[in-house]
Design a protein around this ligand. Structure first.
Ligand code: ADP
Length: 260
């Protein structure tokens, strides 16, 4: 069984001279829920863009279920569903059209598309919005539509780029619930997030990326152990050089102040 995503010595230098990825190797097993964490500018989006053909790697290889992302682009791309960070919907299409066109883009026959669209509208509670233009949806509905669209062609690997950035608590929990179910049904997931509790809750493997390099990988408990910290959050703060922000540290400092 090939791995879901196999990245080997990936580098990306933008024309500006920025080295966004400096030799990243990463292996995501079929069925895993994998979290990629790192500060802004660490290279997360660049990695996702390279894996989905939106950016051309400078060197290194990317295989998606055994298909090279460049030389077998169609096969590799067909296996991936991407829910991007930005709400990149076509504001003039209806909800149903947005899904239907996406299925068409991935070569799904009309009848299959119709059934799949109806199923996803139902799953994401968007059925009564099917004829509404996407620009009229609430922020939460747009997020749900983006996730439904990413799932439409039944990808084996789902890439979620900060899917819960700026969403309210209810929608965050709703999205967690949904992606956990999708994962339990066999879809491999790569998630980037700034919310450490989200990664802790959802991911069975987590990698820290910093300045274009993977600096650590393991389960949440293993990473805390590696950095000699009590939690994933503290491990992360150690990584980004901001240990003083640790809640444990702040509590200790508060207590020490109270005793003097
Ligand atoms: P993250 O998603 O972790 O915030 P990015 O992959 O967006 O990180 O960025 C990694 C580095 O590459 C940053 O230094 C960023 O400024 C740079 N970068 C990203 N996109 C481009 C681009 N299109 N052209 C030039 N530099 C870029």
């Amino acid at each position: 069984m090939p791995t879901a995503l196999e990245i080997t010595k990936l580098t990306k230098r933008y024309p500006t001279g920025v080295d966004a990825l400096k030799g990243v190797s990463l292996s995501i097993e079929d069925g895993e829920f994998f979290g990629l964490l790192g500060p802004n500018g660490a290279g997360k989006s660049t990695l996702i863009h390279c894996a989905t053909g939106l950016a051309q790697p400078t060197s290194g290889t990317i295989e998606i279920f055994g298909n090279d992302a460049i030389h077998h682009y169609r096969e590799a791309r067909a296996a991936v569903g991407l829910a991007p960070q930005e709400l990149n919907l076509d504001w003039f299409l209806t909800v149903e059209e947005s899904l239907d066109y996406h299925g068409g883009y991935f070569g799904m026959p009309k009848r299959e598309r119709r059934e799949r669209v109806a199923e996803l509208l139902d799953t994401f509670s968007l059925t009564d919005k099917r004829d509404d233009r996407t620009r009229t949806l609430s922020g939460g509905m747009k997020r749900r539509l983006i996730l439904a669209r990413a799932m439409l062609h039944r990808p084996r690997l789902l890439i979620l780029d900060e899917p819960t950035a700026g969403v309210d608590v209810e929608l965050r929990l709703e999205l967690w619930h949904y992606v956990q179910r999708v994962n339990a049904e066999g879809t491999t997931i790569l998630l980037t997030t700034h919310y450490l509790e989200e990664a802790e809750q959802l991911c069975n493997q987590i990698a820290f990326i910093n300045d274009g390099e993977i600096v650590a990988q393991g389960t949440s408990a293993e990473l805390a152990d590696r950095y000699g910290t009590a939690s994933l959050e503290d491990a992360y703060l150690t990584l980004v050089g901001r240990k003083e922000l640790s809640r444990a540290h702040i509590a200790d400092a508060g207590e020490a102040e109270g005793t003097t």
